[in-house]
Design a protein around this ligand. Structure first.
Ligand code: AMP
Ligand code: MG
Length: 413
């Protein structure tokens, strides 16, 4: 078996390399999907305004539409000549406001011709048809002008945008029950290890169930990919090779386990025997140091792949740090930057220097005083600590001690 040269990068270098590689990938082909099925996927078309937004001058308050020149000096008494509700009838839409007049109008109503301001109902008194305006108005007050949010044919959302709920709202607002999106990239997931058994089987006393394939599949789904879970590969070069070949048919291959320094960690050697380009064999991080990133070129196409460390928390962290941008790119989106924030550390802790650490944390506190708690853990195999975490505390490689009350970086999901 060919040996693989070790190439361990700092966290920023490893991340940059993955992002640069991701930019060279082509997106999957586009397909039309019903609006809600497209949620979380990436637009393969620009969304254009089918008309002006708003399509009419929109009242933003319940009150009275007036000519602002009638409301400069207050109190002013105006005669109410009609009513306009949201979704006005043709008769209501035909109303014109003349000097000395006003029209009762509801939020979302179309401001009638002649009027150029809406006085909030709170600043008026009514006596029959006579409305007294108690507070002076200015032109344009409480009105969103026609076309002021967007003009017909403007690009509202560009191709390459991931469809989150606000973008779904825009698609709905321009009358698009179906959208062109890049097909979910197929992500093969291959767990390795003689001790790892399928979740439908009863593990022996020294065996464990395959949890990594499922945590990864859930992460792949959330990232907009389509997971394909392969059977668990034993620590045997021949069988591993067969399953790796199968996995390389996907758009991306994620392998877990078998990438450490142990005698039976065979993934890199088998990949090398396929002529894989290995870009790095590790990153100076904890958890997740033995992460492998590479690609295999075969039959005119190349498949990117990650060998993720088998420890369950390492698998999760390295997916987020490194695999996510590749799924973004395969989906037609620019790789999303990682989301870091600052929070106040609740209690002190110490670590050793040398690695960038991503430790399970629990972000809480209040809206103006976010606090993060370091969750004690048994190391990178501790699924229970990971399940209580909602962020990672990011520890730079040159710091050992952190005091309670310090501001510290966190990585959000
Ligand atoms: P490895 O990276 O193969 O050396 O595995 C590191 C640790 O992760 C070992 O304790 C393995 O038993 C565990 N592990 C490996 N693969 C899985 C898996 N698919 N599900 C749960 N734990 C695993
Ligand atoms: Mg193993």
């Amino acid at each position: 078996m060919p040996a693989v040269e070790s190439n361990v990068l700092s966290f920023p270098d490893a991340r940059r390399l993955v992002e640069e590689y991701a930019l060279t990938l082509s997106p999957t082909p586009a397909e039309m999907l019903p609006l809600l099925d497209a949620s979380g996927l990436v637009l393969a078309e620009d969304l254009r305004a089918d008309r002006d937004f708003p399509p009419f001058p929109r009242a933003t308050r319940d009150g009275f539409a007036i000519r602002s020149s009638d409301g400069i000096t207050t109190p002013a008494a105006l005669r109410c000549v009609g009513e306009i509700k949201a979704g006005a009838t043709p008769e209501q839409a035909a109303i014109v406001v003349r000097q000395g007049e006003c029209v009762e109008i509801m939020t979302g109503g179309s401001v009638p011709r002649g009027a150029d301001a809406v006085v909030m109902i709170e600043y008026t008194d009514r006596s029959g048809d006579i409305i007294t305006i108690r507070r002076a108005v200015t032109a344009g007050e409480n009105i969103v002008a026609k076309g002021s949010e967007a003009r017909r044919d403007d690009i509202l959302v560009a191709r390459g945008t991931r469809l989150h709920h606000a973008v779904i709202a825009i698609a709905a607002a321009i009358g698009r029950p179906e959208l062109a999106v890049s097909r979910r990239p197929r992500v093969a997931i291959l767990a390795t290890g003689d001790e790892v058994v399928d979740i439908n089987l009863q593990p022996g006393p020294n065996e464990i169930r395959n949890s990594n394939s499922y945590s990864l599949a859930a992460q792949v789904q959330n990232a907009g990919g389509e997971p394909m879970i392969l059977p668990v590969a034993p620590d045997d070069a021949g069988e591993l090779a067969l399953l790796l070949r199968k996995g390389l048919e996907a758009d991306l291959l994620l392998i877990t386990g078998g990438v450490s320094m142990g005698k039976y960690d065979l993934v890199e050697q088998v990949l090398a025997s396929f002529g894989a380009n290995i870009f790095f064999t590790g990153a100076k991080i904890q958890p997740g140091k033995p992460i492998v990133f590479g690609e295999v070129k075969a039959a005119g196409r190349s498949t990117p792949l990650f060998g993720l460390p088998g420890n369950p928390v390492s698998t999760m962290v390295t997916f987020q740090l490194f695999a996510q941008p590749v799924i973004d790119a395969l989906s037609g989106a620019k790789p999303q930057a990682l989301t870091f924030a600052k929070a106040t550390l609740k209690s002190e802790f110490t670590t050793r220097t040398g690695l960038t650490r991503f430790l399970p944390g629990r972000l809480g506190g209040t809206h103006d005083a976010p606090e993060v708690e370091w969750l004690r853990w048994q190391g990178s195999g501790d699924l229970m600590a990971a399940s209580r975490a909602n962020c990672y505390i990011v520890v730079p490689p040159d710091r050992e001690r952190f005091a309670a009350g310090e501001s510290i970086s966190i990585l959000l999901p």
